[in-house]
Design a protein around this ligand. Sequence first.
Ligand code: COA
Length: 176
Amino acid sequence: MDKLCCVTAIYPGSFDPLTNGHVSIVRRGLKLFQTVVVAVARDSGKTPLFTLDERVAMIREVFKGEPRVQVDSFTGLLVDYVARRGAGAVLRGMRAVSDFEYEFQLALMNRRLHRDIETVFLMTDYKWMYISSSIIKEAARHGGNIQGLIPNALVPEVYKKFAELERQRQENPGPP
Ligand code: COA
């Protein structure tokens, strides 16, 4: 048998921002892997609210007491990053059937690009089935209560970011 490959798993995403659903996947991933690297993607195809550095700093703050969690960012192909880090697995959370098709596509493409890297899926805890970073941002943007959906330390950061954007909008209203 080949030697076991999966001491380290890479948990990639845009994490804009990190939610309690993501935290739950990381914590459960630690039951399977020695180290989980939360890898923030620069190229996720989305326009983020927080800069890459802000997202990395926020995630580091959340996991600062957990030496088995590392936080990093990457550009380019996920599989190249996974190989560079010497990790054998990609960790992904699956929330609902709606995630399945995209995850299936992503996992198969990644496998085609790099045959030795496996994708491991964890079902998201039912408490976090309905949340996404976008829906949380949407609620916060309109002043809704997002307490309990993202780590407590990040809640003020989200409101602060929207207040900052609103201030910028008022200072530079743009064309009517
Ligand atoms: N709990 C709560 N929300 C969750 C969740 C969970 N367990 N898991 C995922 N989500 C949410 C995320 O917050 C995100 O919400 P959003 O769409 O509102 O931002 C949504 O589900 C999708 O997340 P995810 O599937 O992780 O996608 P992503 O856009 O965050 O990340 C990458 C996708 C970065 C993994 C992928 O684009 C990538 O690998 N990019 C690099 C280039 C590459 O190699 N591409 C693939 C081969 S071509």
